[in-house]
Design a protein around this ligand. Structure first.
Ligand code: NAD
Length: 357
């Protein structure tokens, strides 16, 4: 009998529904000749949830996600909801969902497809062969530290990390490195910040449990520079919340299009898998969004939440094939395109390809 996995689907706003439909198409294609079946339950979050339920994150969405094996999420947000009080804004729903699911680790792989080397603003010779993986701490650090506030004369935030928080994120980075090239570069600001020195000392302690992994350290200002100077030097980058926020966006530009990059937030009971881009309201409903970031997020879901690495590999191979064959959505139309496809066309081409891998 086939294994059965329950997937919570959150399509969200803007291009969310279009890109998620293509990821489901590809997941269905890959599962046909695997030893598992997927069932999907759809839940509301974001502006669409506010419109229907008066809140960006209804309780049934949290409960539904917690009952599932993984969550596949599109994107949320749009101008229509931008003037609402903060607690009703779509983004508040996503932050609350991450917190409710206990997702303390954000994983962002960045690699470059040879056929799209020209799509980046960096030189092809700098990019060729880049394959890095950012592990960002997601629920601690300065974004959440207390005290915080402003009294009109001054404003302040607090950067705080407990030892346990550092240990658990460092373990995610070392475990990830064990499945890759076995290098971890921990990024901090230990020359200036006590919290960073504590981070560094703790990461060194955790490293003793992983003798096969080479650990290096880099100050965040240097890391920002090295990412554009020589990104090939990195395997796994381990960093805290604010540094990771900035560095992972910088790293994302290496690949050239925001429509290509997946991400995973893990560490709690149920992982959340989503493209790194937003809801792209400017192109929503036109059938031109690139669904590849979401399709690759579905692949990460298979790998990290369901332990179905073979199926994940098949999806990644199919995406590579299709790009190599010159199929492109509009955002990549200038780069070695043979045929420009709609969102749904490229989803079907990838699904057909995956079925034959
Ligand atoms: P965005 O990522 O939605 O779009 C930036 C640019 O990239 C736009 O020109 C868009 O058309 C393009 N783009 C994005 N994804 C694409 C895709 N798959 N294919 C082709 N082109 C794509 O960022 P933004 O415009 O700053 O934000 C729009 C809304 O999304 C805002 O409400 C913002 O708060 C929200 N947002 C949500 C998330 C999330 O859901 N995780 C993340 C970032 C932004």
């Amino acid at each position: 009998m086939k294994k059965r996995y329950k997937i919570a689907i959150i399509k969200g706003d803007g291009i969310g529904p279009e890109i998620i439909d293509e990821a489901i198409k590809v997941l269905d294609a890959v599962s046909t000749n695997e030893d598992f079946e997927l069932s999907y339950d759809e839940y509301l979050m974001g502006g669409c949830a506010y419109d229907v339920k008066g809140t960006p994150l209804p309780d049934e969405t949290i409960e539904g996600c917690l009952k599932s094996d993984a969550v596949l999420f599109g994107a949320i947000g749009g101008q229509k909801w931008d003037t609402l009080p903060r607690q009703f804004r779509p983004e508040s729903g996503l932050l609350k969902l991450r917190k409710s699911l206990g997702l303390f680790a954000n994983l962002r792989p960045t690699s470059v497809f040879d056929e799209l080397l020209d799509a980046s603003t960096l030189k092809p010779e700098v990019l060729k062969g880049v394959d890095l993986f950012v592990v960002r701490e997601l629920t601690g650090g300065i974004y959440f530290g207390e005290p915080r506030g402003s009294d009109g004369v001054k404003a302040f935030n607090t950067m705080v990390y407990t030892k346990d928080e550092i240990i658990r994120i460092a373990k995610v980075a070392f475990e990830s490195a064990m499945k890759r090239r076995k290098q971890v570069c921990s990024v901090d600001k230990a020359n200036v910040l006590e919290v960073s020195q504590f981070w560094r000392d703790t990461v060194i302690e955790v490293a003793k449990e992983y003798p096969q992994v080479t650990l290096t350290h880099m100050y965040v200002d240097n890391a920002a520079m090295q990412l554009v100077r020589n990104p090939r030097q990195f395997d796994v980058i381990l960093t805290g919340n604010i540094f990771g926020d900035i560095l992972s966006d910088e790293a994302s530009m290496i690949s050239g299009s925001i429509g290509l990059l997946p991400s995973a937030s893990v560490g709690g009971k149920v992982g959340l898998f989503e493209p790194i881009h937003g809801s792209a309201p400017d192109i929503a409903g036109q059938g031109i969004a690139n669904p590849i970031a979401t399709i690759l997020s579905a692949s990460m879901m298979l790998r990290f939440a369901l332990n179905e690495s073979k199926a994940a590999d098949r999806i990644e191979k199919a995406v590579k094939h299709v790009l190599k064959d010159g199929y492109r959505t509009k955002d990549l139309s200038e780069f070695n395109a043979k045929e420009i496809c709609s969102t749904s066309q490229i989803g079907s081409i990838i699904a057909d390809c995956v079925a034959n891998i």
